[in-house]
Design a protein around this ligand. Structure first.
Ligand code: ASP
Length: 342
């Protein structure tokens, strides 16, 4: 059997920064010189190739077009590699990993995203360990030569998370990510412990790519005392085709005849409304409390235990995939690629 072959894709973010020896300022790392900057990589019996996007970015500038670019790069190189590592800024990495899980369905190979809190050129960097273990995970094969991980995942600070189940939770801790509603896929200690039961196995036999996301969506975080009439313009299907409401606790919120009518009219015109919880942990259960009965009555969709990142990217994916309101509801109600517990 040939050695595993991993493609490392650099999109930007803190991880790829090193100090310019002349100016001392942080500048993007030259991936041509990966081995000279991280000589430890020579110890891998993997073949490593690198690819850098033309303009590495701070991940705050990430968008669906750039997601499409990452998906295309992976799709075009899919047959030639055992797995992929994507280096990405931490700020929006959880949106990108969720987006990638919808864009590339039916994966039989790993796409491991990672980044770091400190640049790779800093002495206390977390980037080297993150990169080295991400590469190891991307090339990991089982006894019969199949990839152990066959999904989009995010590796950070010794933990491997499902890409559409994770959120950034800290601006300064090395443990910057958390997956509250789904177990870790793997944990790295002296050896890497994989949780076989947590791994995703796609039902699709072929890799399918879909990058035509529809961004005509809105995300509204509710708060006590909110004046919903201010948001009236958003409930207009000709401008906004899907609205995600981030509600309290198990999917609860204030109700008023005017707010209910706003939602009812919007849905009657073909608008989609998805109720997700503001809580990092737990799920929406419409009708559990009286304060969510109105959503149940209106047949607003329940996001169950989905993260905000996965809800936003799933909505963009589904609204891009079909214009038919019934099909949209059907797709949003399903678990498409491990993003929600049904
Ligand atoms: N602002 C940076 C980014 O997301 C932070 C990081 O890389 O951690 O690109």
């Amino acid at each position: 059997m040939n050695n595993p072959k991993v493609l490392i894709i650099y999109t930007g973010g803190t991880i790829g920064m090193i100090n310019d020896p002349e100016t001392g300022a942080l500048k993007p790392f030259d991936f041509e010189s990966l081995y000279s900057s991280i000589p430890e990589l020579k110890q891998f019996d993997y073949e490593l190739d690198t690819y850098s996007v033309e303009e590495p970015i701070d991940s705050s500038d990430m968008n669906p077009k750039l997601w499409g670019g990452i998906a295309n790069t992976i799709f075009e190189n899919y047959a030639d590699y055992t797995g992929f590592v994507v280096l990405h800024g931490t700020d929006t990495m959880a949106f990108t990993t969720a987006a990638m899980s919808f864009m590339l369905q039916g994966l039989k190979k790993p796409i491991i995203f990672t980044g770091s809190q400190l640049p790779i050129g800093k002495i206390r960097t977390d980037g080297k360990e993150n990169l080295i273990t991400a590469i190891e995970l991307a090339g990991m094969l089982d006894m019969s030569g199949h990839s152990v991980i066959q999904e989009v995942a995010l590796y950070f600070e010794f933990q491997l998370y499902r890409g559409n189940r994770v959120s950034k939770i800290s601006t300064f801790n090395f443990e910057a990510f958390k997956s509250y509603n789904y177990p870790l896929l793997a944990e790295a200690g002296t050896n890497i412990r994989i949780d076989q039961n947590a791994l995703y196995r796609p039902s699709l036999t072929e890799l399918e790519k879909f990058t035509d996301f529809n961004t005509r969506i809105a995300l509204i975080k509710l708060f006590p005392g909110m004046d919903m009439s201010i948001y009236d313009a958003i409930f207009d299907v000709s401008k906004v085709e899907g609205i995600i409401l981030e509600t309290f606790g198990n999917g609860n919120s204030f109700s008023s005849a005017a707010f209910e009518k706003m939602i009812a009219d919007y849905m009657a015109n073909g608008g989609i409304v998805l109720n997700i919880t503001q809580c990092a942990q737990g799920n929406v259960v419409l009708g559990l409390y009286e304060t969510s009965i109105h959503y149940k009555r209106l047949q607003v969709l329940s996001g169950r235990d989905i993260t905000t990142e996965a809800a936003v990217t799933k909505m963009m994916y589904v609204l891009g995939k079909t214009r038919d309101p019934e099909e949209r509801v059907e797709l949003l109600s399903q678990n498409l690629c491990g993003e929600v517990t049904i």
